[in-house]
Design a protein around this ligand. Sequence first.
Ligand code: 0RQ
Length: 501
Amino acid sequence: TEQTIRAAAFRSKIMSADDAAALVPPGANVGMSGFTGSGYPKAVPQALARRIEAEHAAGRPFKIGVWTGASTAPELDGALAKAKGIELRLPYQSDPVCREEINSGRMEYIDIHLSHVAQFVWFGFLGKLDVAVIEVTEILEDGTLVPSTSIGNNKTWIDLADKVIIEVNSWQNPALRGMHDIYYGTRLPPHRTPIPILAAGDRIGQPVFSVDPAKVVAVVETHGPDRNTAFSPPDATSQAIAGHILEFFEHEIARGRLPRGLLPLQSGVGNVANAVMAGLGQGSFEGLTAYTEVLQDGMLELIRSGRMTLASATGLSLSPEATRIFNDEAEALKKHVVLRPQEISNHPEVIRRLGVIAMNGMIEADIYGNVNSTHIRGTRIMNGIGGSGDFARNGYLSIFMTPSTAKGGTLSAIVPMATHVDHTEHDVQVIVTEQGLADLRGLSPKQRARVIIDNCAHPSFRPALDDYFARARARAAGQHTPHLLDEAFHLLTPMPSSDKR
Ligand code: 0RQ
């Protein structure tokens, strides 16, 4: 305890997770730490879920608002959703129980661009933040807090909540200290000044959180690892997608539109993203950098091999094996990794200035290049937009990738009209499937449709898409973006009954 909680004033506030959870009133908006499975509180949310279940059993209503950085873990989203304790959740989530609660209509969910969340709370757009529950690794002598494996919105939660509950997780490596860069220069309009980041690795803030000690109502000690999802090794489809992207990069270098070290990379999570990173490790690229949200296995390997010199992110998203490596080598990795608040890791101004190459997954794209990242059949949420919109709209290049079919080949990922649009045709420059790559830059809608169908659609769906496009060209009233609204969704085959998300 003396080592991790060094400020005596905070030691007097040490209590059990159950006692800390008792300090959260029904109806409170609670800002929790946590970003894609890293740095979330391990004990208080579960204690809160137990308390909520007990209250419900006694016939008393009890729900809270849950605000996070991004997705968390079964111990947070899963436990609270299972207890039917969440009135409203924001932003990105990926928990199966949470997803089911949202899609059944029992839980409200607001899907917000990750860079917007903190400022919306400062603007007062989302209401009052009552409590913050934040995982840290240490409380220093001067009462500042050493962040854990993600930053997310923690600075904002600590600044704006009335009550702050701190979880000190002794499982996390103390060597994390110094890896973080917490920017305290954000202001509200009209008093804003430029964010002074000119290169991915620039440090512009302080390595710790400041907190008003008078607001800290509880300190809870924990000892547990982050949620770590194992990646399956890249399959043939992911490798084919990665191959098309790497060939495209070589082509852009040859045309003088990209330097050999490329530009700072942003990449989503998942197997395709990892396959792209693995591919970059085998290519001739040197001096790579990343300005991204999450540091995943593939990027860690690029750093360890010396091909990537610097990665800026807001959280880790590592497999158990990569977590072990990261912990063993944290001291050396500190020179190459910066963790920042998500309003800075995803800041449109910085993304535009640095010229980030955005690479994100999608559910479906239509023949004109509108991308659906979030909704199955236009109605059921999968995860959320996450940071994909921050990067896609503001990046130097905006790439979206997916296998050309889903559900065992029964559904086409290329459709006549997207059932929900997260990224409009204006924000999408490149679409990639295992079939090939469609470079949409400089093309009109009808020209886009031709390359998307020819290069990206699966051969089994190409004739139907060709037929739709030909008849839309013959019959649609408007010939800028020709559509047949009475049959735009006919290509959708019935959903397999197994898909009851
Ligand atoms: O469901 O597992 O039940 O079969 O969607 O699809 O192919 O496993 O792909 O894990 O890369 O996820 C867009 C969801 C892709 C993700 C999305 C079904 C498919 C499967 C997942 P099953 P895959 P991925 C950085 C940037 C938005 C946030 C973002 C995502 C499931 O990339 O959430 O980009 N992106 N953040 O079967 C019906 C289709 C389908 C379909 C896929 N056309 N029709 N079902 N599925 N395509 C990270 C952060 O921001 C934090």
